[in-house]
Design a protein around this ligand. Structure first.
Ligand code: NAD
Ligand code: DAU
Length: 341
């Protein structure tokens, strides 16, 4: 079935990968990408598909109702019922610790603006892309299920939890056709090099210190971005309205293990590892129970970490110009604010 889809935040890391997935697996679909092009948004991520006949870009901010309305007008012109996949957000925990307001503005206010427009336009389906961080932190054992109580610990995760609750409220109050996904840490092409894996690849490639927070033993569950995009597509097409689906990669590793793997992949020495001051309020461990999406929608990750990490390292090594352009003056300013050099 052909769909008309508004993708918010489609110029970011996961959003751009999602649009690539759609163009190759659902070539007849119409896609409207609404993105404000913040520091994390990059149209270069979409160069390969920008001439695809079903693709339209709308430059706009989700906190502005008039901008969101322009995206819906563009989707209306394409015809057919409209669905929304909502990625747009401020996404980096360390930046939220530096300053929380942009997170409340985009993630909370912006989500309500998009929800109001989506309801007024009677969308068919609305997938809200959230995160496992809304559940807080785990001890040495156990997994987050969809029933784990929300206990966000950072300004970022608190703003995402608030946006989840706004979607929940729209479902409950108005019978809104919303669905929520909560996934673990993504990695792969087009990720902005403020996040662990691309930051470490970039620094290691240049023989610079690799800043590991605390004791390096915090655990994340790594999910290759292509697997995540396929899971979102499954939820969009076949998820039960009003439901939440956890998405995970079954790849729990301490940060120090990831960093050592990257160094080994690049043939660089472990002496580059530098233990630095821990992240404030640093969540110790995330682990996802993804049995619901596996059981109900038949989704499972296709990529093994041992294969997809080298693919990711190779991608960044081949994209020297992309890397150079995204690590511009604003990036350097952020880097020195965060790491002090
Ligand atoms: P990203 O930071 O790479 O991209 C965010 C995109 O949203 C950018 O293109 C940016 O320009 C756009 N954007 C930001 N503010 C906007 C605004 N006010 N109006 C319109 N566009 C705006 O983020 P990402 O890593 O691709 O994450 C996408 C979504 O997935 C987010 O909602 C995030 O919370 C969620 N998520 C990410 C991960 C991960 O590991 N990266 C894991 C779980 C959930
Ligand atoms: O779990 C899903 C979340 O994963 C998403 O909701 C967020 O949008 C995404 O940014 C990510 O959050 P994390 O905080 O887990 O990712 P980050 O890459 O920032 O950090 C991963 C781990 O690595 C974390 O324990 C902190 C550590 N770290 C990170 C950086 C940037 C370091 O030790 N050094 C660093 O320089």
């Amino acid at each position: 079935m052909t769909r008309t889809l508004i993708v918010t935040g489609g110029a970011g890391f996961i959003g751009s990968n999602f649009i690539h997935t759609l163009v190759s697996s659902r070539p007849t679909w119409k896609i409207v990408n609404l993105d404000a092009l913040t520091y994390a948004g990059n149209l270069e991520n979409l160069t390969a598909i920008e001439r695809h006949p079903g693709y339209t870009f709308v430059h706009g901010d989700i906190t502005r109702a008039a901008d969101v309305e322009r995206a819906f007008a563009a989707a209306r012109e394409l015809g057919g019922p409209i669905s929304v996949v909502h990625f747009a957000a401020e996404s980096h925990v360390d930046r939220s610790i530096q300053s929380g307001l942009p997170f409340v503005n985009t993630n909370v206010l912006g989500t309500q603006v998009v929800l109001d427009a989506a309801r007024a336009h009677k969308v068919e389906r609305f997938v809200h892309v959230s995160t496992d961080e809304v559940y807080g932190s785990l001890g040495a054992t156990g997994y987050f299920t969809e029933d784990t109580p929300l206990a966000p610990n950072s300004p970022y995760s608190a703003s995402k939890a608030a946006s989840d609750l706004l979607v929940r409220a729209a479902v409950h109050t108005f019978g809104f056709p919303g669905l929520i996904t909560r996934c673990s840490n993504n990695y792969g092409p087009y990720q902005f090099p403020e996040k662990l894996i691309p930051l470490m690849i970039a620094n290691a490639g240049e023989g610079k210190p690799l800043p590991v927070y605390g004791d390096g033993m915090n655990v994340r569950d790594w999910l290759y971005v292509v697997d995540h995009c396929e899971a979102i597509l499954a939820v969009l097409e076949r998820g039960r309205l009003g439901e939440t689906y956890n998405i995970g990669g079954h790849n729990e590793y301490p940060n120090i293990y990831i960093v050592k793997r990257i160094l080994a992949e690049l043939g660089q020495p472990e002496s580059l590892i530098t233990y630095v001051k821990d992240r404030l309020g640093h969540d110790r461990r995330y682990a996802i129970d993804a049995s619901k999406i596996e059981r109900e929608l038949g989704w499972r990750p296709r990529f093994r970490f041992e294969d997809a990490l080298p693919l990711t390292v190779a991608w960044y090594r081949s994209q020297t110009q992309w890397m150079q352009r995204v690590r511009n003056g604003a990036y350097r300013e952020y880097y020195s604010r965060q790491y002090g050099s």
